[in-house]
Design a protein around this ligand. Sequence first.
Ligand code: E4P
Length: 222
Amino acid sequence: MKIFLDTASLKEIREAAALGLVDGVTTNPSLLAKESGEPEEILVEICKTVDGPISAEVVATDAEGMVREGHHWASLHKNIVVKCPCTAEGLKATRVLSSEGHRVNMTLVFSPSQALLTAKAGASFVSPFVGRLDDISTPGMELVADILQIYRNYSFRCEVLAASLRHPLHVVEAAKAGAHIGTMPMSVFQSLLKHPLTDIGLKRFLDDWEKAKKELGAKAPR
Ligand code: E4P
């Protein structure tokens, strides 16, 4: 599964990218609004930091406006993927943008039927929002599994980008379901690695090694 970071923070992206495990980045208007600086400059810097798909979302609500904004985002860097909301206008814009060769990430997807239309419109990525469904007592991961099944049935090439992942178990479940990509905030990315037994085990190995070295050192001839 490819790992995307769901943030517009360059500090976080640089830190995570240093591990060599970040395959792409998703941003949205809320995430960009949290950062200081011009969105265009931030997006270009992100593209320079991570060589993979970088989602930039349109804010127009009509298809024409979305296409215009999509052209603007796409002109910034070859890695930019235009993010459109899953509305009737968003589907129209996706058709236009994808037929021109631009990659589209359809966002705010909450049902299998929306995902079916997304693939038919030619989107390259579909973003089911797992956490936001869980928030309203609807099992978000079932949506990921349903979309994967539908896309497999018809060999759609649209990649399933599990989004709104809020904790490490969401990532594991998305991977078990076979999602192509999981996008997550930095805190979730960091929690994927953490295990107390790893820390305890490493400390014990190092302590034993130091102890043995001291004992050997004491016995060793001068
Ligand atoms: C994905 O592209 C979205 O930016 C994101 O995953 C939304 O997550 P949230 O529901 O935690 O805000």
